[in-house]
Design a protein around this ligand. Structure first.
Ligand SMILES: Nc1ncnc2c1ncn2[C@@H]1O[C@H](COP(=O)(O)OP(=O)(O)OP(=O)(O)O)[C@@H](O)[C@H]1O
Ligand SMILES: [Mg+2]
Length: 365
């Protein structure tokens, strides 16, 4: 097992920089998820850790040893990709033992390790089958088996579940997490799916355009996103982000650009009166108010059974961006065109600078 340290890691393809100085310290045994939109550099970063991509700048250490120039096969890592690329003419057991055979490992030893990995992954009944006779989930387990038999110091996963259907993805997500809890091997897992990140990670690294936006535990990131990008990326439906200001004479009220008043449960420590700000509010922070509250008109209702998502237009809103997404865990009987009144749960707003997108430090209240 091993820790991994990335110090000011950079990558350029020709003249084009794509990773702009990434710092991440991964502890021994930790499960880290790199998440971000397509093209933000997740795979590039992972491939640099794997040694499949050269590093243009910075220091990469695994287990305390600088490995920038160490060939991939000497880094003691195992990687699982989205396309599991099993050999179709080899059985499950042969697929799993293939890399050990290449390394010249003794046959008995290969058999022993394959058996043990098959047991961990519940693949024992399938060892003599060929990949075409397996389900997608079983194939993905064989791909993981291939990584496990090598007994690596580090596991790297690049979107390993994106070829699977939704139900299988959830099942495999739990399997990978359980596997990690048992084996405790340092893992870096890449996904663009924020739900996968939230449910699997010890800590999440949110990336955007080749930089790290925030590093933290899933709940730290959810509860205190440090930028509007993270606020909008983590959580579904996404956090509502409304532009507006705080006036000097009413410091506990945020006024949107249309003049709508939103209550503030936190006092911004550093906003200048009149400075352009962004107010973030999560969809589940809305409650229907019997009396008082803010009036709004229902535009769209999306019931999923367990919850109801409502898109509403706040009364008085002159700006399209001021439609809000609300999420109710209880059943509510509303239809498009209905008038509702809403209030917010306490301690629910987030404030960001519109100029920088960064979260405002909160004053001690
Ligand atoms: N071999 C290459 N040559 C030039 N540019 C590349 C190369 N590989 C990747 N890039 C660019 O680097 C950036 C990061 O790509 P990368 O594959 O790391 O993104 P990603 O976050 O993994 O995206 P996705 O979620 O779509 O897999 C992209 O802009 C991509 O076009
Ligand atoms: Mg990728």
């Amino acid at each position: 097992m091993a820790s991994i340290a990335l110090h000011n890691i950079r990558k350029s393809y020709g003249n084009l920089p794509v990773i702009h100085g990434v710092d991440v310290e991964i502890e021994d045994g930790e499960f880290i998820v790199l998440v971000g939109p397509s093209g933000c550099g997740k795979s590039t970063l992972l491939r640099m850790i794997a040694g499949l991509e050269t590093i243009s700048g910075g220091r990469l250490s695994i287990g305390g040893r600088m490995v920038n120039d160490l060939p991939s096969k000497e880094r003691d890592i195992a990687m699982v990709f989205q396309s599991y690329a099993l050999y179709p003419h080899l059985t499950v057991a042969e697929n799993m033992g293939f890399s050990l055979k290449l390394h010249g490992t003794a046959r008995d030893e290969i058999g022993r390790r394959v058996q043990s990995a098959a047991k961990i992954l519940a693949l024992e009944p399938y060892l003599d089958r060929h990949p075409r006779h397996l389900s997608g989930g079983q194939r993905q387990r064989v791909a993981m088996g291939r990584a496990i038999v090598r007994d690596p110091k580090v596991f790297l996963f690049d979107e390993p579940l994106s070829n699977l259907d939704a139900k299988l993805r959830v099942a495999m997500r739990a399997e990978i997490k359980e596997l990690h809890q048992r084996l405790k091997i340092t893992t870096v897992y890449v996904t663009h799916d924020q739900t996968e990140a939230m449910t699997m990670a010890d800590r999440i690294v949110v990336m955007h355009d080749g930089i790290v936006e925030q590093i933290g535990t899933p709940l730290e990131i959810y509860d205190r996103p440090s930028t509007t990008f993270v606020a909008g990326f983590i959580g579904t439906p996404a956090m509502n982000l409304l532009k507006g200001r705080i006036q000097a004479d009413a410091p506990s009220i945020f006024r949107t650009d249309s003049g709508i008043a939103m209550p503030l449960s936190l006092r911004p420590g550093s906003a200048d009166p009149g400075e352009e700000l962004i107010y973030g509010i999560r969809p589940e922070q809305f409650v229907i108010a019997d009396e008082g509250g803010t009036p709004a008109k229902v535009i769209v209702v999306e019931p999923t059974g367990a919850e109801t998502q409502v898109v509403a237009r706040i009364e008085g809103a002159r700006i399209d961006g001021e439609n809000v997404n609300m999420l109710f865990r209880e059943r509510i009987a509303v239809k498009p065109g209905d008038s509702i009144r809403f209030a917010l749960r306490s301690a629910s707003g987030h404030l960001f600078s519109a100029a920088t997108g960064r979260r405002l430090p909160e004053a001690d209240v």
